[in-house]
Design a protein around this ligand. Sequence first.
Ligand code: FES
Length: 135
Amino acid sequence: MAPAASIPPPILVLEGVIQTPDRETVRCMAREIVRVAASGDLPPGRMIYVDIDGLPVALANVDGTIYAFGDSCRHEGGSLSSGVLIDETVTCPWHGWTYNVRTGKAIVPPVGIRIPTYETRIDGDSIFVIVDWPD
Ligand code: FES
């Protein structure tokens, strides 16, 4: 008997239409689980840039926990993966806006905005990012 596979398929797509109790129709988003890197590509304290079908995503390793977030700064689009990572805080290399990589919330300035964050999974030597694509 073959051993059970521990790594999920590279891409899992779930989408459809559901009916809520009040009969409102809601379209589900397409969800993809995408292998983006090997664990060895991202040592603690480092960030890397990955492109997921044109979606710019930054990965950060904070003490062994991998976070994924939008790579584009909300100010003028600076590449956050090229910035500075200190603990859970990334600082944009262009003008210094800062964000929490776990929550995506801007720290200073300005508060109240955020960058998108994405769920991650580690399986064996692989890093996966889960993306919910809007319809
Ligand atoms: S583009 Fe990031 S702070 Fe200006």
